[in-house]
Design a protein around this ligand. Structure first.
Ligand SMILES: Cc1cc2nc3c(=O)[nH]c(=O)nc-3n(C[C@H](O)[C@H](O)[C@H](O)COP(=O)(O)OP(=O)(O)OC[C@H]3O[C@@H](n4cnc5c(N)ncnc54)[C@H](O)[C@@H]3O)c2cc1C
Length: 417
């Protein structure tokens, strides 16, 4: 793999720092060079920061991308094996629009990188009961927006997926062209494309910006380097409350989320694509993904867990949550009743009060943007969100109320699923 050496760091005292950008964006120690000022520094190489940096570079800007642990690190919210990409969002049309836009951009990037398999069109099945408002409004939105989908009655479901015991499910929506993204590798591919296009990457922890008003001159890293840019985008996911405790300490709620992978019987094809789609049962706040790459059949609660620290939190699953998820899996997918747990992950959601993202300027520092609040559903939207942030940064346009800091309350009341 080709290594490109690029430099972009200086300390307040003068030019001393450097960074290496490699494909796969692994930083590799310092080298001294003349300092440089960037149009934009993006802090955080999760899915939001990576796509923002990529779009800014595509618009011709000079961009530095800084991450404390590495792109889609196991500690990041973007660090999981897989993430769902669905178009359905109830009546929250903006997210359906962003999902549609994002799927196209994900596919185009993966094609360009020679890795089309990073998206798997396994299909997404929304299990519903009666007049369940979320699924009913989703159906209307998908129809209105022209998203390919099927409305399936109970007999259709039993016939198409005999390995599922649909229980109280009376009908479902199937999105045949949606599916799953191989999450951490997808983000690494974005960073790889961005660095190949000239984004300069540094692996260092950025210190919280000092309190004060007016434009920020530079950010400083834990080792004392300064990164100088005209604009700073903080896309630090669940770390945002640590970086901006006064502003976001009570407005972003990182919660512990456990993910389980159960092993189907050897050779059993019923729980992997094409036989098994992604599925979601919002009535029981649970969703899952088919067995891909032999990691196991994934299932996880979409219920918010306890508060979690992304730096120090221990990432072992609890017997209680395992028992809850195993009970559902055994009931809904009877052949998996006694299947072993073969893999697990502990990740964190970074929830806003209602699930809408945060994309806004810092109220006292006009060249800082705060970007995050993915709230358990942000991954799929990385491409469209990055495009939106890049446009706001470049054209200075008005911030959408939905994404503004002002609409982020201190009490959680979830409205976006
Ligand atoms: C279990 C689980 C399942 C999910 N399922 C889905 C799904 O199916 N579909 C979906 O669309 N979404 C899903 N999500 C949500 C989605 O993954 C997140 O919303 C999204 O990944 C958030 O990305 P981010 O870039 O904002 O944050 P992150 O990915 O957390 O990235 C933040 C980055 O900032 C860096 N950073 C932090 N502080 C500093 C600092 N001081 N200096 C330098 N760097 C710093 C970190 O190292 C990190 O890399 C899920 C989330 C979880 C946890």
């Amino acid at each position: 793999m080709k290594t490109s050496r690029r430099t972009f760091v200086k300390t307040a005292a003068g030019v001393v720092g450097a960074a290496l950008a490699r494909t796969r964006a692994r930083a590799e120690g310092p080298a001294v060079t003349a300092g440089r000022s960037y149009d934009v520094a993006v802090i955080g190489a999760g899915v939001f920061g990576a796509w923002t940096a990529h779009h800014l570079r595509q618009s011709g800007r000079t961009v530095a991308l800084v991450d404390a642990y590495g792109p889609a690190t196991a500690r990041a919210s973007s660090g999981g094996h897989t993430r769902v990409i669905r178009m359905g969002y109830g009546d929250q049309e903006v997210y359906t629009r962003w999902s549609m836009r994002s799927l196209g951009l994900w596919k185009a990037l993966f094609e360009k990188m020679g890795r089309p398999w990073l998206f798997h069109p396994a299909g997404v099945l929304w299990m519903a009961r009666g007049e369940d408002p979320l699924t009913t409004t989703t159906l209307a939105t998908l129809q209105r927006m022209g998203v390919p989908h099927e409305r399936l009655g109970r007999s259709d479901l039993d016939r198409r997926w005999p390995q599922i015991d649909f229980g109280p499910t009376t009908w479902a929506i199937h999105e045949p062209e949606s599916g799953l993204l191989f999450a951490y590798r997808a983000v690494q591919a974005v960073v790889e494309a961005a660095t190949a296009a000239g984004v300069e990457y540094l692996q260092e922890r950025v210190s919280p910006p000092p309190a004060g008003k007016g434009s920020l001159a530079a950010v400083t890293t834990a080792s004392g380097r300064a990164v100088v840019a005209g604009t700073y985008v903080f896309a630090c996911g669940p770390w945002l409350p640590k970086l901006f405790p006064d502003l976001l300490g009570e407005r972003i709620f990182p919660t512990r989320q456990e993910v389980f992978y159960f092993g189907p019987a050897p050779g059993d094809p019923r729980f992997r694509p094409p036989a098994m789609p992604v599925w979601v049962d919002f009535a029981e706040e649970i969703y899952g993904l088919p067995d891909v790459e032999g990691r196991g059949f994934k299932a996880s609660l979409d219920r918010h867990g306890p508060a979690f620290d992304p730096d120090t939190g221990e990432r072992t699953v609890t017997p209680q949550t395992l028992a809850t998820v195993r009970e559902f899996v055994g009931r809904r997918f009877p052949a998996l009743k006694d299947s072993p747990l073969v893999f697990s992950e502990v990740c964190q959601y970074e929830n806003t009060s209602n699930g809408d993202f945060l994309i806004d300027r810092h109220p006292e520092r006009d060249n800082i943007w705060l970007v995050g609040g993915g709230s358990g559903h942000g991954f799929k939207h990385g491409p469209a969100l990055g495009e939106h942030v890049a446009a706001r940064v470049l054209d200075g346009g008005k911030v959408d109320d939905r994404f503004s800091l002002a609409t982020k309350a201190k009490v959680q009341k979830r409205a976006v699923y």
